[in-house]
Write a protein that binds this ligand. Structure first.
Ligand code: SF4
Length: 176
């Protein structure tokens, strides 16, 4: 039987949701019996591949690069999971939303600089006007809240998806 293909990525997130994913500990063995991880921080792939079954997405959509990756993974994945509060609600990244981008960038790169003040223009993805939850940019199939989500909630969602069930987080839901 073909294994399920899982991809993971983080957009505007702190990697804490991926740390929680790693915290499923020995649960990863059961997951990897049924699935291959084909994209993510531990996989040497440069581009989101075609034919992904389950996409786990950490972080809000804050930059043009985030938006492009979100749209690409949506078009190449069957099930998209918003992993963690930043992906589900915008959470920490959206705290900048009340500040105009120009003011924000100058505060950081000019007023906050100790050397070479100046807003970079090369090699830095352009910020979107607002940091938005994933569902504002693309269709999301499953939301897993938490900052980060509990490892057992992530494992339960993965187990359900690998066995073809619709995840029901029920009492394992946690915001914040
Ligand atoms: S939800 Fe929390 S742990 Fe996850 S990326 Fe956002 S701030 Fe980090």
């Amino acid at each position: 039987m073909d294994k399920v293909r899982i991809g993971t990525c983080w957009l505007d997130g702190c990697s804490g949701c991926h740390m929680s994913l790693l915290d499923i500990d020995e649960g990863i063995v059961a997951v990897l019996r049924k699935a291959d991880i084909v994209f993510g921080p531990l996989v040497d792939a440069q581009e989101w591949p075609e034919g992904v079954d389950v996409a786990l997405v950490e972080g809000a959509v804050s930059s043009q690069d985030d938006l492009k990756l979100a749209q690409t993974l949506r078009s190449r994945s069957k099930i998209v999971v918003a992993l963690g509060d930043c992906a589900v609600t915008g959470n920490v990244p959206s705290m900048r939303n009340g500040i105009p981008r120009r003011v924000l960038l100058e505060r950081i790169y000019v007023e906050g600089a100790t050397t070479c003040p100046g807003v970079p223009t090369d090699g830095v993805p352009a910020l979107l006007k607002q940091a938005e939850p994933l569902h504002s940019a693309i269709k999301v199939d499953v939301h897993v809240p938490g900052c980060p989500p509990k490892p057992n909630a992530i494992l339960m969602v993965l187990t359900d998806l690998l066995e073809g069930r619709e995840p029901d987080l029920g009492s394992k839901l946690r915001f914040g």
